[in-house]
Design a protein around this ligand. Structure first.
Ligand SMILES: [Zn+2]
Length: 172
């Protein structure tokens, strides 16, 4: 059975905005949130919008995994991160994105893909798509081009499939 997508609580959903704070602006992840947020916002077709906040409270916090003792374990071969979401009676109340400290592929395209993929989970999506940023297992060539299948549509330019956008609209 497919896991259903999970909406945020109505108070947040009504605004169509998730604030995001970057606690991962270090090492190879430097500048990635700043770069990825406008691309995500554009490609998700106004289903919702991420707004970067530089301090204080935020709906979604981005971290590099490994600093905290309760952080999820991401292996040295990680091509993905983890999105943790805390749910109340009315939906998601807060979320954290953990990025791998030592991703298997460190091409900037791959890092952007990892981050935007987890931003989609943090926004409430569960089951992966067959193509685009929200696919399960990307193929990456030596130039950092990403595709779902050999000969498939290459990223960048990044995209979400129509089905993924429709699902996002359904919970926002
Ligand atoms: Zn995923």
């Amino acid at each position: 059975m497919a896991e259903p997508d999970i909406p945020w609580m109505p108070k947040i959903r009504d605004t169509k905005i998730l604030t995001i704070r970057n606690d991962a602006d270090v090492g190879l992840w430097s500048g990635l949130v700043t770069a990825a947020v406008p691309i995500f916002n554009d490609k998700i077709m106004k289903a919702l919008k991420y707004n970067i906040v530089t301090e204080g409270k935020a709906n979604v916090i981005v971290k590099v995994a490994g600093a905290g003792k309760d952080d999820p374990k991401l292996g040295a071969t990680a091509t993905h991160g983890v999105a943790r979401r805390w749910k109340g009676n009315q939906g998601i109340e807060e979320a954290e994105i953990y990025l791998p400290a030592t991703p298997w592929q460190s091409h900037r395209n791959v890092l952007q893909m990892i981050l935007m993929h987890e931003m989609a989970h943090a926004a409430g999506l569960e089951e992966h798509a067959s193509d685009g940023v929200f696919m399960t297992l990307p193929n990456v060539d030596q130039n950092g081009n990403i595709s779902a299948t050999k000969g498939g549509r290459k990223m960048p330019a990044f995209f979400f499939t129509n089905k993924t956008i429709t699902r996002m609209r359904a919970i926002w």
